[in-house]
Every structure is written in C-alpha cells, then in structure tokens.
Write a protein that binds this ligand. Structure first.
Ligand SMILES: C[S@@+](CC[C@H](N)C(=O)[O-])C[C@H]1O[C@@H](n2cnc3c(N)ncnc32)[C@H](O)[C@@H]1O
Ligand SMILES: [Zn+2]
Length: 272
C-alpha cells in the first residue's frame, strides 16, 4: 500500500544522483543510502551539511506553531492559497512546501493533488508533520541544496521561510509557480507594540526574487481575537519575537484577555 506513494524524484544530497527506493531505504548509484524513518519521512540532510546540532526551528517553536495554527487563526490565508492554486495550477500537479515546518499548510492540498511534498531542515518539525499527515511526502533537507531532481514541481510554497531563488527555480518546471507568503505592513503590530517601544511596520518594498516573473500580489488582512491567553503565548513562541521574551512580558501577555491583533499577509505569485 505504501509503495504506491513512494516518490521517484528525490536526489542524493551528496552526489545529486537519483535515489531509488527499496526495503525502506533510499539509495543512489554511488551507494549513498538514507533510511526511511518509521513515521515515513526520509532524512536527506547529511551531517556535513548541518551547521548546528539541531538546525531550523526548535521544538518549542514548532509545538507552539502547531497549537496556534490548529486553532484556525490563519485559515483565511489557507483559503486564499487554495484559491490561487485552483486558479493557476492544473489539478494533480506536484507541490513542494519549502520550509514546511510541522506540515499545516502542506497537507491542505491533499484534497486536490496527491503529489504533495514538504521539506524542512528541522527534524523535529518534519517528524511530527510526517506522523500526522501520512499522505504527504516529507523529508529533512536544506533549501540551499534541495533533495529533488530538476524541473519536477509545478507549485512551490515559501511560507514565512527563507527564499532561495536559485534552488526553487531549479526544481520548478518550466512555467511553474512560486508562491511566497511574507508579513505585510501591519502583521502582528499590536503584539510587536507590547515588545518594542517603537514598533515598526514591516517593509514590503523589497522583492526578493530577481529571475522569475511576478504575476500577482494579494494582501490578506483581518483582525484576530485571542480569548485565551495561551493563544497569545503560542503566537509569541512561534515567532522570532520569542527571543525577546522576558518574565515581565510573559506576565503581561498572560494578563491580556480578549486581545486583538492584526494578521496581515502578503502573497506573491511568480512564474518561471
Ligand atoms: C517561520 S517557520 C514557517 C514554517 C511553515 N512554513 C509555517 O508557516 O507554518 C520557518 C521554517 O523554515 C525552516 N528553515 C529555516 N531555514 C531552513 C533551511 N535552510 N532549509 C530548510 N528549512 C529551513 C525552519 O526550520 C522553519 O520550520
Ligand atoms: Zn549519492
């Protein structure tokens, strides 16, 4: 049953040859091999490509993001992403969620395509993604050397994750799409105002992509209301603001009841 879902387009992160699968093991013609984990993902991040022991988001950030996203606070973003996919991509085209975290956005597309891949450098995140979302193909890997063959994906997401244009371009098919989601001006402004004396709005004037063609831009803006203080604490813990958190900030956040905060996303769709 599982063999029907084995992806054929992974490439070896050491020698770039195609990986074939048998007996729960991915192997290239040079005999580099990578075991499939019991949860179903494959770790394609060789030790020599790691710059720290546990690269990527740490366990606390990953768990906080899952708890927050599970409450549906970013549902309007999902709806817009699915609508864009339906507008531009042929159904059943291969999707990559690049920097997929714990798989929340990755798995949403299982309803419309059966070729959904997620890659992230954080093993913790990929492990829980793979455990929950059995129908997607997850791997541990780095965006700077994606473990996929050239010209495979029709649709790539980069959602609040590093954008590495050259690698995204390499694995995108001709005329394929890259969708980036980044914070727009007012994203989480009220939370930032609790942290910084002079909170700044996000600067959205820079376009990080040079070689692909920008075909559309959308803003998704709405107000979130947090009735439970856990939601606000999780929101803090899943963002880089967590590194600014102090005992007094946490105490202040815990005292906030019915706190409202802007969600403000910028979605850009590019084509190869
Ligand atoms: C802010 S999180 C967003 C996760 C997910 N896209 C979401 O929105 O829920 C950024 C993710 O990028 C991953 N990441 C950072 N640098 C990476 C790299 N070089 N290669 C692969 N993933 C990376 C982190 O581990 C983290 O899971
Ligand atoms: Zn190899």
């Amino acid at each position: 049953m599982f063999s029907q879902k084995i992806p054929k387009n992974y490439r070896c992160p050491l020698c770039q040859q195609v990986l074939s699968f048998s007996d729960k093991n991915f192997r290239c013609s040079n005999n580099h091999n990578f075991d499939q984990a019991k949860e179903g993902y494959v770790n394609l991040l060789p030790v020599q490509h790691k710059h720290s022991k546990d690269p990527g988001d740490n366990k606390a950030m990953v768990n906080a993001r899952r708890a927050f996203l599970d409450k549906g606070f970013y549902q309007p973003l999902i709806e817009q992403l699915l609508a864009l996919y339906q507008q531009y991509a042929d159904s059943n085209s291969a999707i990559l969620d690049a920097g997929c975290g714990e798989g929340y956005y990755t798995h949403q597309h299982k309803t419309i395509t059966n070729q959904v891949y997620g890659v992230d450098i954080a093993k913790n995140a990929v492990r829980i993604a793979s455990k929950r979302y059995k129908d997607c193909h997850f791997s541990v890997g780095t965006l700077s050397n994606l473990p996929f063959e050239d010209n495979f994906f029709t649709w790539i997401y980069s959602i609040y994750a590093p954008i590495l244009e050259d690698e995204f371009s390499r694995v995108l098919k001709k005329a394929g799409y890259l969708v980036t989601v980044t914070p727009a001006e007012n994203h989480l402004f009220e939370l930032k105002s609790l942290i910084y004396r002079y909170a700044k709005k996000h600067d959205i004037s820079k376009n990080p992509i040079q070689g692909l063609t920008l075909i559309t831009e959308k803003h998704i803006s709405y107000t979130m209301k947090f009735e439970q203080t856990d939601d606000l604490i999780n929101l803090l813990a899943m963002t880089p603001f967590t590194f600014k958190s102090s005992e007094s900030l946490l105490a202040e956040l815990k005292s906030k009841i019915n706190f409202t905060c802007q969600a403000d996303f910028l979605i850009r769709v590019y084509q190869k």
